[in-house]
Design a binder for this molecule. Structure first.
Ligand code: URA
Length: 225
């Protein structure tokens, strides 16, 4: 990133020197104002992301996975990165872990269309490797803008990485789950990732405890009660 920035500055310097050499004294600047982040719509964020080639992950992706659901949802789920199924379908959480997430959402009396689901990273890292720091840092601003556009009341992070990213902590999920945290005035409930629940079904009851807190915060009652 730093090397790229240095290269860009050097190229800009050369271009300016060339323009001066050929007698150009000023360059017209567009007066179009960019919207402040808190005024962006989800469509604005999607448009800005475009057919993203900002990091190497675009080379191996089938589809960019932006997010899905209600653009004004009270509840937002955030995972880490698309896997194989998500890359193929262009939608987050559609594989086995996704099916379990859908079941959790239904158990809360909601549907996937009621909530918003996104990931920190929008393109699948090859072989599901962890995203590099560079890739994560390039992609994260778009997640922050998605949150600013949706303005959810509660965010539920799934697994270690999204919780650590949003809450700016190195603490592990086992320590921080089960309690409400804060991200810019939005309540954040970190809980286990559904893929972990597939491997350790005995932990499902803890996730349900976490979801009950989320429902309470949103004034929701479990269905059938
Ligand atoms: N795991 C994630 O973190 N995100 C997905 O979209 C799918 C699986």
């Amino acid at each position: 990133m730093e090397a790229e920035l240095r290269k860009l500055i050097e190229e800009t310097r050369k271009n300016v020197a060339y323009l001066q050499e050929v007698g150009v004294e000023s360059v017209p600047v567009s007066r179009r104002k960019t919207k402040p982040v808190d005024k962006l719509s989800l469509e604005d964020v999607r448009r800005e992301l475009g057919d993203c080639t900002r990091c190497h992950l675009h080379q191996s992706r089938t589809n960019l996975v932006f997010g899905v659901g209600n653009p004004h949802a009270d509840l937002m789920f955030i995972g880490e990165a698309p896997g194989r199924d998500e890359d193929l379908q262009g939608e987050p959480f559609v594989g086995r872990a996704g099916q379990l997430l859908t079941d959790i959402i239904r158990a809360m009396g909601l549907s996937r269309e009621d909530v918003y689901i996104a990931n920190i990273i929008k393109c699948r890292p090859p072989d599901n490797r962890n995203p590099s720091r560079d890739e994560a840092e390039t992609c994260q601003p778009f997640l922050y803008k998605q949150i600013a556009a949706i303005k959810p009341k509660v965010i539920c992070t799934l697994g270690n990485i999204p919780a650590q990213t949003l809450l700016n902590t190195k603490q592990g999920i086992t320590r921080i789950r089960g309690k409400m945290h804060d991200y810019k005035g939005i309540k954040v409930m970190p809980t286990f990732h559904p893929a972990y629940l597939l491997r350790s079904p005995g932990e499902k009851s803890k996730v349900w405890e976490d979801m009950k807190q989320v429902m309470k915060e949103l004034g929701l009652k479990p269905p059938g009660r």
